[in-house]
Design a binder for this molecule. Sequence first.
Ligand code: SAH
Length: 240
Amino acid sequence: MCIQMMKSLMLMFICVGASCANSNVQKESSWADLARRNMVERQIRARGITDTNVINAMLKVERHTFVPTNVARFAYEDYPLPIGEGQTISQPYIVALMTERLDLKGDERVLEIGTGSGYQAAILSLIAREVYTIEIVPSLAQTAAERLKVSGYTNVFVKCGDGFLGWPDAAPFDAIIITCAPPEVPQPLIDQLAEGGRLIVPIGEDFQMLTLLEKIEGQLQKTEITPVLFVPMKGLIEEK
Ligand code: SAH
């Protein structure tokens, strides 16, 4: 009798414990869902982003899982965050703005230079057919590749290397996004941009201008968008 009672009590204890753990998980995901909706309303739509594909992707990708756990609670705030190795993940609005300006329709192959956390690549992967992304810091490339794989972003290909050279085997690309700042656009990337393709890049050193280049009949058409602040491009570009 006594043993039976103890068994029942233990069972109750386990059930209460389990339901408690469950509600913690639920609490966590609803916190992030709400924060994401607020982010999209206040930072993205309010500043004029209208592309539904971009908005849906920003609502879906769990930005807090792309940043170190000690800053995860700030993941949906209106500023960039550190991601280790002295690098940063861009402010959500800048991610949305750059993505919108690529004008993706769904069938494109996109090249990203500067994988960082993998967040921008995840956003692009929900809008384009394939995303090729290059990161120069090995530990960042490895962490991003693992994170993207675990989260099911199967159309993203991550390579560790110098993005200056692009990804010749996978070229040409319908769109190229550079998320570190070079003083000028590396020629191999211009060569790997398809006819009719769009390339977005923060150009400059102390002062940087977010710039869109469109390849029209082999010529580059340039549009300056807004001043920005990105980490500098490293590697071969520094030897130029
Ligand atoms: N898009 C990223 C943030 C990029 S931060 C994200 O969504 O998190 C800029 C990144 O560019 C850094 O990780 C930096 O290491 C990388 N980088 C700098 N120079 C590079 C180069 N030559 N080739 C590839 N990556 C480079």
